[in-house]
Design a protein around this ligand. Sequence first.
Ligand code: C2O
Ligand code: CU
Ligand code: CU
Length: 485
Amino acid sequence: MITRRTVLSGLGSAAMLSQLPTRAWADVPAKALQMPLLVDAVETGRFAMTAQAGITNFLGRAESRTWGFEQPFLGPTLRLHHRSETAAEVRNGLDEAVSVHWHGLVVPGDVDGGPHQLVQPGQTWSPVLPIDQPPATVWYHSHTHARTAEQVQMGLAGVLHLTDGQDDARGLPTAYGVDDLTLVLQDRRFDRDGRMAYRVSMPDQMMGFLGDTMLVNGQVGATAVVPKGLVRLRLLNGSNARIYTLALSDGRPMHLIGTDTGLLDRPIALETLTLAPGERYEVLVDFGDGMEVSLLSGQNINEGMMGGMMGGRRASGPPFEVLPFVVDPQVPVRVSRLPEALGGSRPNMSSSDAVERRITLDMAMGPGMMMRRAENRFSINGQPFDMSTLNFTTRVGQLEKWTVSANMMMHPFHVHGVTFQVLSENGQAPRPQNTGWKDTLLVDGAAEILMRFDRPAAEARPYMFHCHILEHEDGGMMGQFAVKG
Ligand code: C2O
Ligand code: CU
Ligand code: CU
């Protein structure tokens, strides 16, 4: 049995809320990290899941009320064919309305699962998803306007693997939970008793809610057991607001193989990887030397001007441990060589006949901010989200170039119903990690993105574009648009 020291975080110490402790450890037997339940819908072309309430004992000393799909917290990993008509069935067993948005699936507005498609308590929503896009790791989560942050915090989220069945031929690890790990990164706060707590103060709303304890797949203090070879990590930042700056403890490279919505043409070796809320990255890590190593993250970098204004929260502080790995030589090694070519692509569109738009992500500041209603503290181009206002209309086949500016702090910007190319970040070529297909981009200053809309969204079932800091999204930093067929 593995013994290691596991996290005892700075529970209840309000001063430290935004800074995760490096090593406030205690000697206890380690738990092996569990994967979410895998539901394979490749053959059947259908899946069903129920949003339900449950009980989760995160820290081993108190029961928290949580939500999940088919389980107490979070939902199963759904494996879907990348070209299929997949029939989904989502039942709402909770006592408030929810919606289920397929973040990263490029599907028409009427099955996108945004805030106009609420599933009432006791009801079932049965969209047929016409999936036709490259293999990727995407995800699903609740998207109920003004309730998204709390519903996701409670556990209404899960991962989707879009597959074409060719990953073995590509030389990529494919054994779920063995050399192909799905890792949902989230931070949470716990009260003195050890119960998950989501109470949003004014600074929490401004900064986005940051936890004091790290969860991977809903587990605290777990260790991943891996083979002595190459391991694929499918990383999802499912946190409400925290931005991770990931690195391995001994500085070994992460070989980036996939971005939000697809595989790259070839791996890119990175020492650090930034993972903002809503983003997914797939990396390969070589454990062939058998050494123990940890995935670490720097403290949240999104302090901006708010640090000083909101009581001195700072990004400073040593890195904290996200997930330790131990190598088990008994686990058969399936892949030991880094593939040279991945069969994916990098976007390389021409922006010459693109429609141009300017998108400014705004925060109301000063006394005015305090006066505003919670749903109106944030806006896009000065307009807080309004369910009954369409912000613009485009059409199928249209190429669009958006210049997105982030005011006051960094904002992870997401667009529904499309996958985009990053043209520039602050006037420079995009960082290597942003050269693949994306649907969410951390905007720190200004960025230009280029995309072509291929799927329709009617005015009554429009697509959303928004900041993926969920407290900002719920607070009005969201807009909606139709795509005429
Ligand atoms: Cu992941 Cu509109 O959201
Ligand atoms: Cu989305
Ligand atoms: Cu934001």
